[in-house]
Design a protein around this ligand. Structure first.
Ligand SMILES: Cc1cc2nc3c(=O)[nH]c(=O)nc-3n(C[C@H](O)[C@H](O)[C@H](O)COP(=O)(O)OP(=O)(O)OC[C@H]3O[C@@H](n4cnc5c(N)ncnc54)[C@H](O)[C@@H]3O)c2cc1C
Length: 478
């Protein structure tokens, strides 16, 4: 911490923090009142300040712990934990509070014999994939893009295109957690098991995940297979196929809105598993982006895109490695306009009830006037590990990407649509995902997450002074 940095913070409370930061070399670099936002770009949040973690989890814990004690005694505001801030409802920030930016804590240590990687929670998949790739390994479960931090991925309990796997918590051997009391605990299914189940999928409310031991999977060349079908047949056709990775796409073309589907499956080529393969980037990102963005606000653009996806993609697709498939930045398709954002929703529905939910969603979205840009379907298996599980049986996850203008009216319209979609998925026995906009009512949240009240009671027992808080807790935890 430099003297200039300390002065920039400028208040008695902050100077105290600065002293600890100096001892432990955590630079607290942003001024009080710094304005942060998340991937939604509609959540400007004025925070007390940002602390940056140290590359070493031990040093991070040593220097953050005194601040946690000051928070507990009411001498400092509470703390939110942040990775890359790709959540969209303030889950990684707290108005007026401290934010711990974990990204510098990015050490990676691969145990090839055990096929387990120990990784600092601030590391991103973008940093981890090349290290695994060089050893013939690949992440076992991650999102469909590589931008996210490991801590953020574990705290939402992410999932992706991996077929036949529960969410990422199923791949975690152990985590090290900095608790509200400033202790560092090892948590696993057999050690501090309650905290393990709460912290994975716990949105930073039970402590700071410092590092994690994750199981890894052999990299391999994957052969792609494409099939088009009516959405009504997707669940049956999917169940009859095997694959290591797979995703579905539903049409957003107005001529076949949500009624047609494409299933893309990847199967490993014999003899390639565990070999060291070149890590390449996705093909023609500019072209992919142009086709995608030209479909925004345009029925014709959506018809063209769907025709290309259905007819041309199977001919253009070539075998590629599992790591190459996963090594894709979200920015390829992202909205860069200052006036609008791409806003994600995700709904989880029991596999047999997919078409029931999609039909209901079609009847809600089509007349809503909200621009649905994309829907992908994921295979997510039952999660028996986390307290706040969203996949309590084998489900399909439907990721919906909408364009939303940065106006209060557009947000109101999105809130109404979100609530209607949550009711529809609940009627089909399903749930919804929590990293996105916090539009659900409290009753909808409790219906989708029956363990919510027990999880909040555990929060108050384990963190009685509410040291860790964020936008999700402010919305539903009180
Ligand atoms: C374009 C896009 C695509 C996405 N695709 C997928 C997908 O395919 N599958 C999927 O499952 N999700 C997906 N998501 C959601 C994404 O997985 C989550 O938003 C995830 O949290 C992002 O990681 P992050 O590092 O940005 O976390 P942040 O947004 O920074 O944090 C998310 C939550 O984790 C907590 N947290 C972060 N780090 C720690 C830590 N070290 N210790 C304790 N708590 C911590 C925060 O407090 C917060 O509550 C997508 C999001 C976007 C924007």
């Amino acid at each position: 911490m430099t003297a200039a940095g300390a002065l920039a913070l400028g208040s008695a409370t902050t100077l105290a923090v600065t002293r600890w930061a100096g001892q432990g070399a955590i630079p607290a670099t942003s001024a009080p009142g710094a304005l942060l936002d998340d991937a939604s770009r509609i959540n400007p949040t004025s925070v007390r300040g940002v602390l940056f973690a140290d590359p070493s989890p031990e040093r991070t814990a040593r220097t953050v712990a005194p601040l946690l004690r000051r928070i507990a005694t009411g001498d400092d505001p509470a703390m939110a934990v942040a990775g890359v801030r790709h959540s969209m409802g303030g889950q990684s920030m707290l108005a007026g509070g401290w934010v711990l930016d974990t990204r510098p804590m990015n050490r990676i240590d691969l145990d090839r014999a055990a096929a387990v990687v120990r990784v600092g929670a601030g590391a991103t998949w973008r940093e981890l994939i090349p290290v695994l790739n060089e050893a013939g390994f690949s992440p076992k479960v991650m999102q469909s893009n590589h931008d996210f931090s490991i801590g953020g991925s574990l705290s939402v309990n992410c999932h992706g295109w991996h077929a036949s796997h529960p969410p990422i918590a199923s791949t975690v051997r152990r985590i090290r957690l900095l608790t509200a009391e400033g202790d560092v605990l090892t948590c696993s299914p057999t050690e501090n098991a309650e905290l393990f189940a709460l912290a994975l999928g716990g949105y930073g409310l039970y402590g700071v995940i410092l590092e994690a031991d994750l199981e890894v999977w052999p990299n391999a060349i994957y052969e792609p297979h494409f099939e088009s079908m009516p959405t009504s047949e997707y669940a049956t056709r999917f169940a009859a196929r095997t694959s290591e990775m797979a995703y579905g796409r539903l049409s957003v073309d107005p001529l076949s809105f949500l009624e047609e589907a494409i299933l893309v499956r990847f199967t490993p080529e014999a003899g390639t598993a565990g070999t060291v393969l070149p890590l390449t980037s996705p093909a023609a990102p500019e072209l992919q982006r142009a086709i995608f963005r030209n479909s925004v606000g345009s029925g014709v653009g959506k018809t063209l895109r769907w025709t290309l996806e259905r007819e041309a993609a199977p001919w253009l697709a070539a075998p590629m490695s599992r790591n190459t498939i996963q090594n894709q930045p979200a920015a390829v398709f992202a909205d860069h306009s200052p006036d609008s954002s791409d806003i994600l929703h995700e709904y989880f529905v029991p596999r047999a009830r997919l078409w029931e939910f999609v039909r209901a969603a079609r009847d809600l979205i089509a007349p809503s006037g909200v621009d649905l840009l994309n829907v992908t379907v994921r295979d997510v298996r039952a999660d028996g590990r986390t307290t706040l599980a969203y996949a309590r049986e084998d489900v399909f996850g439907l990721v919906m990407n909408f364009r939303q203008e940065h106006t209060a009216r557009a947000d109101d319209r999105m809130r109404d649509l979100t609530r209607a979609l949550i009711d529809a998925v609940a009627a089909a026995g399903g749930t919804f995902y929590l990293p996105y906009r916090l539009h659900a009512t409290a009753a909808q949240l409790r219906r989708a997450y029956p363990a919510w009240d027990a999880a909040m009671a555990a929060k108050r027992r384990l963190d009685p002074n509410l040291v860790f808080r964020n936008g999700l807790f402010e919305a539903y935890g009180r």
